[in-house]
Structure formats: structure tokens, C-alpha cells
Design a protein around this ligand. Structure first.
Ligand code: M6R
Length: 366
């Protein structure tokens, strides 16, 4: 059942190219120029009326939502708020019939997410679910549903569900942009072309696992480490940090790279591992200067960026290259080395990779 892999998590990491292809599936027209969402009841008239979007989820699904917020705002120019589900319900969010609430849940059974969904519906919002399980409670109770075709995810640490949630968000954001005409059809085609190249680019990254494995073994003896990045890299850093904590039990923190010097920089000393993401061209120089700040305090830095970023390569101890794609889509690539890092660190420590302590796959209590 593990198809020759040592753990479900490793199998699921390797299933991501397929999960990407299946989630895109028939939602892209044959010519690669248009998004089609036959399953949505949401009409173009309703879409034109949406004046705000709320994204609500827990854990890894929340981290996918952070990228979703970015994609919707950038492509469809609709303001997006995002909350973890256990906070959303208790802060009296402003929900109107023009609000689209997107709940994200791999299992479709998470109690907090379900409660947020019910609260949103009670307030008259339209609720769209992004879930991996057909017929789950979230799928049944939402007004509309986008299924991520990642296939069953067994390992407690979510990998392919997260990354296919990203694909679902990209597709839906492009669809909103198409309906609202907030982007030119040329640009939409450009993004679709880049989306279709992702599965093969993920394969390339998976082929370079040795480098991440070595770094994972190196950091497994440390008790604290940091992930830094700006913009979408910060969102991916949060996911990388959660993944590592969840299965390796090593304490880590994700920090917006520019925020470090407002306090946390005090924790950087000789040998502290820092994983720095710098995949966003417009933020690149700023992130590199933050990397120099931690290097100057003795940090051991693994840098993740495109292969031709020489300034970055010079500034870090080790560099992991990800293939070139559009800035908007880099999370679908840059998360892969972070999943591998968590996996190999957990393995090096002899932990139960697929069933970490204290955690359940589906959290059905609030
Ligand atoms: O099934 P869900 O997507 O609603 O689950 C949400 C979280 O419990 C889940 O993503 C959790 O954070 C993962 N174990 C992280 O790997």
C-alpha cells in the first residue's frame, strides 16, 4: 500500500506531480487559454457582486489559504481576509450576502472549520469549500465545492493536500479574473502555461533530494531553528516550520524576514540553522540583506531560490535551486524541499514519521 516507499509521507510527497495534473485536469481548456469550472453553481452575476472574500481553515490548510489570499487579490483584485477557523467565529467577522467565504479542509471534517462554515452560512454568505474528500461534511454543507484530486492522504503531516490546495486556489483566482476581466487573456494564458509546467518541475526538485537529506541530518541535532522569507515566501516558511515541528519535534519559528531585527534576531547565534526563501524577484534584494544580517551573527543558512541568483548563492552556506516559474506560482515548488527537510529530519531522529505524537489526521473536536 506504500507502493515501495518507506512511509506514506514520502509516497505522498512523490505523488505531487500527479496531484497537480489531476487537480488541473479538465479545469483548463484543451488550448490552455481558459479556466473552466463546470462544477460551480456560482454564476458570473454572483461573482461580479462579491465585494470581499474570507478564507477560513486550520493548520496546513490555513497556510494554503495565505497563498490563496495573495492569488485572489493579485489576479481578481478582490480584498481578502484570512483567519484560522478557531478564531474566525469568535471575532464577529463582518459577513454580508456579498461575502464569499472559502473554507479549506483536506478531510472536510475538521470541527473548527465546519463550525466557521455554519456561522458564515447563518450570516448569509456564499460558502465555497476546497476539500480533498468527495462527500465529506464540509463538501456537503457548502454551497459550492472544488475538489482537490490529490487522492487519499494517510500521513498525518499534510503534503500533497496542501500543494493541490494551492493549485485549486490558482485555478479559482484565474477564473475570477477571467469573469471579472481584471487580467488580460494573454496574461491568463501565461499563468496557465506556467501552471502546466509545474508537475515536471516538481519531479526535478524530487530528484535533488540528497542535498536536502544531508542538510536535514545536519540540523537534526539542533533544538531551535528559523525559517525566513518575505511575501509568499513567508507564507511557505510558515508551512515549512509547521511541518518540521509536527514530525521532527524540533522547535522552529517562521519569520517575515524584515521583522527579525525587531526582536528575534537576538536569538541568532553561532551555528543556528536558518532556512531562507528568496523566490520573489521584487523582494529579492531585501531578503538577501536580511540573510546577511543572520550570517553576520553566525547562522548556518540554507538558501532556497532560483538557480541563477548569484548574489544569494554567494551569501548562504548551502543553496537549493528551484526551477524558474512565475513569482505567483513559486510556493508550489518551494514547499517541496521543506517537506523533504521535515521528512528526513524526522527520519534521522527515529520518529514515527507518519504518526507523530499527540496528533490526529482529522481533528473533529473544537
Ligand atoms: O483536514 P484539514 O485540512 O481540515 O486539517 C487541518 C489541519 O488539522 C491539518 O492541516 C494539520 O495542520 C496537518 N496535520 C499539518 O500537516
Amino acid at each position: 500500500e506504500k507502493a515501495g516507499y518507506a512511509h506514506f509521507m514520502l509516497k505522498e510527497i512523490h505523488e505531487q506531480p500527479k496531484a497537480y495534473r489531476d487537480t488541473m485536469g479538465s479545469r483548463i481548456d484543451a488550448a490552455g487559454g481558459k479556466i473552466i469550472f463546470n462544477e460551480l453553481k456560482l454564476t458570473p452575476e454572483q461573482i461580479h457582486k462579491i465585494d470581499r472574500v474570507h478564507i477560513v481553515a486550520c493548520g496546513t490548510a490555513y497556510h494554503a489559504g495565505l497563498i490563496g489570499k495573495n492569488a485572489i487579490e493579485r489576479l481578481a483584485r478582490i480584498p481578502v481576509e484570512i483567519d484560522v477557523a478557531s478564531e474566525y467565529r469568535y471575532r464577529s467577522p463582518i459577513i454580508t450576502p456579498q461575502t464569499l467565504v472559502i473554507v479549506v479542509s483536506q478531510s472536510g471534517e475538521t470541527a473548527d472549520t465546519l463550525a466557521a462554515l455554519r456561522e458564515a452560512k447563518r450570516c448569509g454568505a456564499t460558502v465555497l469549500a476546497i476539500t480533498n474528500v468527495v462527500g465529506s461534511t464540509v463538501a456537503r454543507e457548502a454551497d459550492d465545492c472544488i475538489i482537490t484530486w490529490a487522492g487519499p492522504e494517510i500521513a498525518v503531516a499534510s503534503t500533497k493536500a496542501y500543494s493541490s490546495q494551492l493549485i485549486a486556489f490558482y485555478l479559482f483566482s484565474l477564473y475570477l479574473a477571467q469573469v471579472k476581466k481584471t487580467q488580460s487573456s494573454e496574461y491568463i494564458t501565461e499563468v496557465i502555461t506556467a501552471l502546466r509546467a509545474l508537475p515536471e518541475q516538481v519531479e526535478t526538485i524530487l530528484g535533488q533530494f540528497e542535498q536536502i537529506k544531508n542538510f536535514a541530518e545536519e540540523i537534526s541535532t539542533h533544538s531551535d531553528l528559523f525559517f525566513i522569507g518575505r511575501g509568499m515566501d513567508y507564507a511557505v516558511a510558515q508551512e515549512g516550520s509547521l511541518k518540521l515541528k509536527e514530525i521532527s519535534y524540533i522547535h522552529s519559528e517562521a519569520y517575515a524576514a524584515g521583522e527579525l531585527k525587531h526582536g528575534t534576531l537576538a536569538l541568532i547565534e553561532e551555528g543556528v540553522p536558518v532556512i531562507a526563501l528568496a523566490t520573489q524577484e521584487d523582494l529579492f534584494e531585501k531578503t538577501v540583506s536580511n540573510i546577511k544580517e543572520v550570517k553576520a551573527r553566525g547562522a548556518n543558512v540554507l538558501g532556497i531560490s532560483a538557480e541563477d541568483e548569484h548574489e544569494m548563492i554567494k551569501s548562504v552556506d548551502q543553496h537549493f535551486a528551484i526551477p524558474k516559474t512565475l513569482g505567483l506560482l513559486t510556493p508550489a515548488l518551494s514547499v517541496i524541499p521543506l517537506q523533504l527537510l521535515a521528512y528526513y529530519a524526522s527520519l534521522a531522529l527515529g520518529n514515527d514519521v507518519d504518526k507523530p505524537r499527540n496528533l490526529a489526521k482529522s481533528v473533529t473536536v473544537e
